[in-house]
Design a protein around this ligand. Sequence first.
Ligand code: 6R9
Length: 647
Amino acid sequence: MTDLYPVNPAFAKQALVDQAGYEAAYRESIEQPEAFWAKAAQRLEWFKQPTQIKDVSYALEDFRIKWFADGELNASVNCLDRQLAERGDKVALLFEPDSPDTPSYGVTYRELHERVCKLGNALRNLGVKKGDRVTIYLPMIPDAAVAMLACARIGAVHSVVFGGFAANSIADRVSDCGSKLIITADEGLRGGKKVPLKHNVDAALKLPGTNTVETVLVVRHTGGAVDMQAPRDRWFHDVVDGQPAECEPERMNAEDPLFILYTSGSTGKPKGVLHTTAGYLLWAAYTHEVVFDLKEDDIYWCTADVGWVTGHSYIVYGPLANGATALVFEGVPNYPDVSRFWQVVDKHKVSIFYTAPTAIRALMREGDGPVKQTSRASLRVLGTVGEPINPEAWRWYYEVVGDSRCPIVDTWWQTETGGHLITPLPGATALKPGSATVPFFGVQPALVDANGAELEGAAEGNLVIKDSWPGQMRTVYGDHQRFIDTYFRTYPGSYFTGDGCRRDEDGYYWITGRVDDVINVSGHRIGTAEVESALVSHPKVAEAAVVGFPHDIKGQGIYAYVTLVAGEEQSEALLKELVAHVRKEIGPIASPDHLQWAPGLPKTRSGKIMRRILRKIAENAPDQLGDTSTLADPSVVDSLVSERKVK
Ligand code: 6R9
C-alpha cells in the first residue's frame, strides 16, 4: 500500500483551488476547451483580444498547432507595464548573490521596467529587429531576466544558453539559430568559483558558423579582466545606461516566437525548442499561480538556472506575469555550507520553495542538522521538478524541510511542454510520495503500449498527451519536419513525451523515466549521442557508446564505453584526458562518471550497438543481460563484464 497524504483542510480552505474546484475546472477544460481557454486568456493583457481560440490538428498530413491566433500582445508588457499601477514599488526580483557576505537587493517592478526599456532601446539601436535571434549567456543575476524581457519587448527571439556549457555548445546554438547579438558577462560566480563566461564566448566565436554575431554586450559583474575586441564587444553599461527609460513595445501576434531553448534528444544535436508568445505565457502564468497557490505576499523561490526551461517559466515569465516576488539565487546549495538554502529561506522569508530531487538527495545525505539549525517557519508550499523523486527523499523533504506542514507539488513537465502538465494542486490533491499525481486543466495524458494501443485503468506504458494545450512548443527551430517526426509520428494522433509511466488504481501517474536515449543527470537532459560524438572527436578514440546508470545523488550518471584506435594504449592518464575532453566539448554537466575501456562493443549482426546489454553491465547486473545470442560476437560481453570495475 502506498502512503497517502490527504489535503490539509486548513490549507484547502485558503487555497485558490480545492478538490471540488479542480474537478469542475478540469471537466470544463476537457468538455468545453474553447470556452475554458477563452476565459483563461483574460488573465493576459492584450493589444487585440483573440477571437480564434484553438486551431489544432495532430494529423501528419494536415498538421498545425495554433492558439489565440488572431490575438496581439507583448510578453514584457504583461510582465512589467501591467504591474506598474498596483505593484510599481513591489519587489519583482530579489537577488541573493553567491556569497552570503555580498549584500542582497531587490529590484522593483518599476526599476525592472526601466532596465528592460533601456536595454530594449539599446538593442534596437544596435540593429536588432523583430524576429532577430539574440543569445543570452549570463550568470544567475537580475540582468538575465532583464535581457530576456528586453528581447520580448522588441520582438527579438531569445536563446538562453546555460552558463555551464562550453565554447562548442555555445557555438552550436549560436550557429543553429543565426544569432545577431550575444549578451554575456565578464565572469559568473558559483560556489566561490569564477566561470569565464566572456572567455567562453570569445572561444565560441572563433568556431565556424558563428559569423552572424555582430555585437557582444558584456555585463560587468565580477570586474575580472576580459579581452574586449572592438568594434564587436561593447560594455553593457556603456550602451544601455544613457538610453531613454521608455521603450515602445512591439505588437506581437499570439503565435509569433518568444524564445528558442535548446534541449537534448535521442539523436543528433540538441533541438531548438520554439515557444510562441500567448499560449506559452498564459500556460506559465496560470500554472505558476494555481500549482503554487500563489498569494500577493508570497516570496517565491525557484532554485533553477534561467538556462533551463524551469528558469524561463518559473523564475521569469510565470512569476512576473503574476506580479509575484521571485528570488534569483546566484549560488549553489552547498556554499559556503550545506545549510545555505535554508538560511536564504529564513533571510528572505521564502514561502514557496521549488527545487530538484538531486538537490534534495544531496542535502539529505548531510543529515537533518543543517536544516534544523534554521527556522523555515515562512515556508508554505514546496515543489520539485526535473526527475522522479524517490519516496525516501520526498518524505525527508516533507518531514524535515517542511516540518510536515507544507504540501509538496511534484511537477512533471518538459522543455517542450512550456509548463507543468501533471502535478498536484496543493489545496486539491492528496499526495503520494513519488507520484506527480494528476493532470493540470486541459491536459489529457494516456498510456500506450509499444504498438500504440491505449491502455486502460491501472497500467504501465509510454506516456502520450492526446490533445494540445496552449503552452505546447510549436516547432523545432529551422526543422519543422524534425518536430513532427520526433513527437507525433511514433503514436499518430498524440504527442509522445519520451517518458515511461505507470498509472495506479486511483488514476495517479508515476513517471518511470525516459524510454529513449536521453539520460537525466541531476535533472539535466543529456543525449547519449552528444556524449558519444564528443568522445569520438578525440583522435585516439575509434568508437564510443554511452548509457545511463542509477546514481544515488544525480538520479542517473553517465557511463561511457570507449574503444581506442588500434595501437593506442589504455592508461589512467588517457582516461582523465577523455573525461576532460568531453567537459571541454560540451560542458561540465556532460562529464562521464565512469569510463570503461571496451576492446569491442556488443553489436547485432547488422552492426547496431545493443545498449540494453551495455546498460545492464553499467548497472552491474550481469545476471540480467538477457538474450545475447543475436550478437555478432557474444564473447565481447564476457570481457566487458569481467572488466567492469565498481567505483
Ligand atoms: C522541466 C524539465 C524533461 C524530462 C521529462 C522527465 C523528467 C521532469 C519530472 C520528471 C519525473 C517529475 N522530469 N519533471 N520526471 N517527475 N516531476 O525538467 O524539463 O529539462 O526538458 O526535462 O525530465 O523525464 O521528460 P526538461
